[in-house]
Design a protein around this ligand. Sequence first.
Ligand code: AHR
Length: 625
Amino acid sequence: MHLTSLSVWAATWLAGQTIALDLTVSKTGGNASSPLLYGIMFEDINNSGDGGIHGQVLRNNGFQGTSPGLTAYAAVGNVNITQDTSNPVSSAITSSLKVSVPSGTTGYVGFANTGYNGVPVLATTYSNSFYIKGAYSGTVNLRLVGTSSGIVYADHNITVTSTAAKFTSYETSFESSQADDANNEWQLRFDASKVAGKSLNFGLVQLFPPTYKSRTNGLRNDVASFLAEIKPSFLRFPGGNNLEGASPSNRWKWNETIGAVVNRPGRQGDWTYANTDALGLDEYLYWCEDMGMEPVLAIWDGLSLGGGIVTGSALNPYIDDVLDELEYVLGSTSTQYGALRAKNGRSEPWPVKYIEIGNEDNESDGCSTYASRFTAFYDAIHAQYPDLTIITSTTSSSCLPTTLPDGVMTDIHHYLSPDSFVAQFDEFDNYSRDHPILVGEYASTTGNDGSTTYWSYMQGSCAEAVYMIGLERNSDVVQMASFAPLLEHFDLAEWSPDLFGLDSSPDSITGSTSYYVQKMFSTNRGTTILPVTSSGDFGPVYWVASVSDEQVYYVKLANYGSTAENVTITVAGTTHGSLELLTGGETVSNYPHDISITPTTSTVSGNGTFKVSLPAWAVAVLAVS
Ligand code: AHR
């Protein structure tokens, strides 16, 4: 702190008054800001994929993972239901649901699926499909019903002609009215008198409310739209730990996540539950295309979470597998895998430019072998695709090759307490500019006392904002940054905190305080970071200024402190704009079904000078022109 400002600050501190801070934004100088700075990271954790952003809302529809059992299924009427492995739907979906009807049964009977702790029942149109095997000609009745209330929200009949020889698939759509809560189920019923004393088999039941951009097998429109409000620039996927697998054979396998969903076997994910992989490689890339995001595709590099790291020549099949994956993504339709992509509905190659080799190879005993594993993958990929930007999964120099090839980016992750994030404000101020940085995962996950954070609260979100201000000030070298994890199903979360969440009740989507910080920072971006002269040093107020190509000046501010601060901001030549403000007490948080803080926006005007009253624990963005 400068001596003169020290005395002013000391005097006001002693007087118990708020401190005035003057910031003058220079209109010249500064450094370029990465256009990709604010993005998102996604893996299926907390049922954020199945039961989260993916549009299909019925659970256990492929009996996948290590112990599917009859999870989410229930008999409707006088029937017996069992998992039937002797009637697989396909070579990938190796079980179906057998519905046995006792002799003499009449009326409509069948089975229910209760989704991911309820089926979201909205006033909208649903697409519904299922497979059926067994002799049956007649009506199949599809319903959305309150599990406890018995209220019928949707009731739809189709005519089915099924034989015992093979599975036949049916697809239909119907309208529903909205339920009050999540306690709902989907039912499939048929005429018991036609099946009495016999059984029918059903498989791969699928139910979709409207999808984002109306994609087939797409994302839930309401969830994806809420996410798109952040305007993220990139998507890092598919993990995270969920890339790695408990063993090499259990890793995320790109070629088992493509094509018709009935041909995807799914896997036991790394976050304790089965992944259907209906959200697969192509769906991730459509997601990127539909939200205007740059894909950052992570590939498996020999490290799995249960030990058994693959090294040396044993890596060769996995390297070949990655080259096949890249041919699928990038190859022309005259290549083997490019042709497969076209067969799966996408002729044009995907515009993938960033490949990350592994995930957190500084962890899980990966460090000592990462340099050689990275080099093996890098050499093979770079030889065929010299224009791809390759990313290391760690910045730890002890895990990296002594000399990293030019153009390689490095990924760093931080899960910290609020104070620790603030201490990292200047992390990149004097950092080497030799290799660009991806901050691929970060979040304030504990309180300063070490307690686990359940949902982000203002102190932690302010600390993240302070850190992000540090990133933006250094966004010549920090090219991408993403909070993690992104999303949780409230009832099915393994990790907290998460950026936003939902359950199966209407209007459940909840943004954390950190979601709003991400949104404020991402939707107010300049192209050049501008120098700022100040009457005081950083802390408790932190700031960064930028200007866009359209000559809008942005000043981002965070007050990581318990007293209000008055800030006077001068940007010569500007006259008007807006101030977006997120504030609440130090421990104030949004919770599932209890949103107490969202940003407010006010208009501002001035003759090049704007006065901002920054409450305690506040994040603000001034945008003026
Ligand atoms: O974001 C949750 C987990 O944290 C990620 O899967 C992993 O990369 C990190 O350790």
